[in-house]
Write a protein that binds this ligand. Sequence first.
Ligand SMILES: [Zn+2]
Length: 602
Amino acid sequence: MSHVLAAVAWPYANGPRHIGHVSGFGVPSDVFSRYMRMAGHDVLMVSGTDEHGTPIQVQADKEGVTPRELADRYNRVIVEDLHGLGLSYDLFTRTTTGNHYAVVQQIFEGLYANGYIVPKVAMGAISPSTGRTLPDRYIEGTCPICGYDGARGDQCDNCGNQLDPVDLINPRSKINGETPKFVETEHFFLDLPAFAQALGKWLDTREGWRTNVLRFSKNLLDDLQPRAITRDLEWGVPIPLDGWRDRGDKRIYVWFDAVIGYLSASIEWARRSGDSDAWRRWWAADGEGRDARGYYFMGKDNIVFHSVIWPALLLGYSGEGDRDGNPGELGRLNLPTEVVSSEFLTMEGRKFSSSRQVVIYVRDFLARYDADALRYFIAVAGPESNDTDFTWAEFLRRNNDELVAGWGNLVNRSISLAAKNFGAVPPVDPAGLTPADEALLATARAGFDTVGDLIGRHRQKQAIGEAMRVVAEANRYLSDQAPWKLKGDDDKPRMGTILHVALQVVSDANTLLTPFLPHSAQKVHELLGGTGVHAPMPSIVEVEDLDGGPAYPVLTGDYTVGTRWESVPLPVGRPLAVPKPVFRKLDPSIVDEELDRLGGNE
Ligand SMILES: [Zn+2]
């Protein structure tokens, strides 16, 4: 057993989740965490909503609410979306907690003490008519990178690059249209070049990463620049230095605080668990966390933050960049073991776009379909290592032909036949098992190694393919053996044997599919006469801020219960009832209905 950190990218709290958001890393990180727990590891799965930064301030300004009110709204919405999918976070929290502020400031202080955060004079905008600071978000102009005319001072929404307002072409104030005046202003920068060597050494020791992620990350090291970590903005974590702490117009930049969330959420989880040092088992590089492994899940647009910037912060805090230094109060901290990046999901051939209604929100999806139907689609056809298109026709086909006609059918006919003819799990005939019986049982048992190994290496598509291969072989076995024909008194013992084998394989396949399909796995467990929790589920809990702020909802759960990753013999004689179908067959008319809901062509 080992300690495994599952660190899942933080959704930005400016809207509900759509299925593109959860396909790349949301559901896959849950599959991984569930499997690792079933295999006996001590998993800590953390994330939360990322709530600072200009976009939330801008949207709040537009709606006439405070950024905190906007963040409160979407934090709750996102918690509900993720809960609906059954994502088993140990803690899904947020970045506006007192705990997060304290940890961010602690990391800042550690980096500053070691000399990796340096003040630098940069050019900042002021309004010529009022003489006041003009925050980045109130400046727009032409993007110097892509030429888009509506770029904001801090970011271009067209090409996605982070910008500096002074680099905008034809900058203008969004408040009154005047041309801002740029004057010298002091900001803090992270000295990224001081980590080039340490990062290079670390990346050279990484094993098992997707090659594109490793290559991309190493290339970034050739051109590391100092990076601003403070901003002219009122919404964010205050800068923990004398003379800066109380300044209302300068805050820590959102990217700096958000990546620290993995650590702060682990610390919050520990504080809530009653053992405030428990987080060290996943993080303390010189202590209990020495052998822990950390897996970071994100979309490909976020690789740089996880393979370069977050490791640089951890190295600097631990005193391991070019300037050396001493570990801060939290001690030396573990770097990521693996950065697992996913590709993008498109929707009927187009990019997801909330404004153009090329979108399907998780909550709307779950209002009409089951969570496991989406989880199945993501597992077999998600954007694991290629950009992938979601189409309703393909969703319908996967659901009806594979989930319902494949797995659902196997469950249904095995349990129905046994219930009708025996009322219980039948015994194996004293004549024993045939080679066909033995072969099928062996195939199912072998699945525990192959499927588990594939999930452990983030090859979930192949993994569920192997699990479904067991299902297909079991269906073929039933068709070949045709137990429904063996109704005579002489034949009935053989019928019992076949159904015993089939039920055992249903039980094994159900365990193999549990990380992917936890809701239906619980149902199948119960149809097989099992009791208790088979696949634990998260709950939404309203909690007090540990440091005196307002209360908020978190996602958490007890995942120490549940089935282990192994074949468990079904007890002979356990009563069985005729089951209701576990999966819903969908009518083909849903395809046109759903396409009508989507926005028209651009
Ligand atoms: Zn641009």
